[in-house]
Design a protein around this ligand. Structure first.
Ligand code: COA
Length: 164
């Protein structure tokens, strides 16, 4: 049966909470070395008053990089990752982003379900391709896949763009 959307509570991550994010990223095998950068935007998520995960975005003009997405292992496969991505899309759109990029790996099917399509590294805007997070993720795995989704279509409707 198709799960209903998870009910989550999002809170901007305070500077002093970033160690918890770092630990969760390390456990998930995701890079955490730039998490102390005050310009990066992170949120922590709760579900039913229980810590559920983290996510972040970096804004590059009209493009955003979705990063540091992690659902805490005990609460995976309950729709929390899906809900966190939706929240990051809303936050990116509110900051003027029209397209979101990310680097997927064996989790690419998760993002494909949410409307993200492979775009090839050549299809990534130069500022994002040069970002520390993007470079790090792409160099960490030969199977790293750049994916994108348009979040502000011409008539205000979010939509999917084709793979390139
Ligand atoms: C990827 C991740 C965020 C998904 O979080 P989640 O809360 O389990 O996601 P959801 O419950 O919303 O998943 C919805 C659907 O996506 C699919 N899915 C979830 N995780 C998946 C994965 N790792 N690979 C492939 N498909 C996946 C499943 O079909 C799932 O539906 P189902 O449980 O009915 O089969 C989580 O597995 C995670 O934190 N992984 C480690 C860190 C990571 O890879 N982050 C992404 C960095 S780009």
């Amino acid at each position: 049966m198709e799960p209903q959307g998870a009910r989550i509570f999002a809170q901007p991550l305070a500077d002093w909470e970033r160690d918890g994010l770092k630990a969760s990223l390390a456990r998930a095998g995701l890079p955490a070395d730039d998490v102390d950068d005050p310009d990066l935007l992170f949120w922590r998520f709760e579900s039913d008053d229980v810590p559920a995960g983290f996510a972040g975005i970096e804004i590059f003009g009209q493009d955003a990089l979705l990063r540091s997405l992690v659902t805490l292992p005990p609460v995976r496969r309950r729709g929390i990752g899906t809900a966190m991505v939706a929240k990051m899309e809303t936050e990116a759109r509110a900051r003027g982003a029209r397209a979101i990029y990310l680097v997927a790996d064996d989790n690419a099917p998760f993002f494909a379900r949410l409307g993200y399509a492979p775009c090839g590294r050549d299809g990534v805007p130069p500022a994002i391709a040069a970002s520390a997070q993007f470079v790090r993720l792409c160099s960490a795995s030969a199977s790293a896949t750049a994916m994108t989704k348009q979040v502000c279509a011409p008539h205000g409707r979010a939509g999917r763009i084709g793979s390139g």
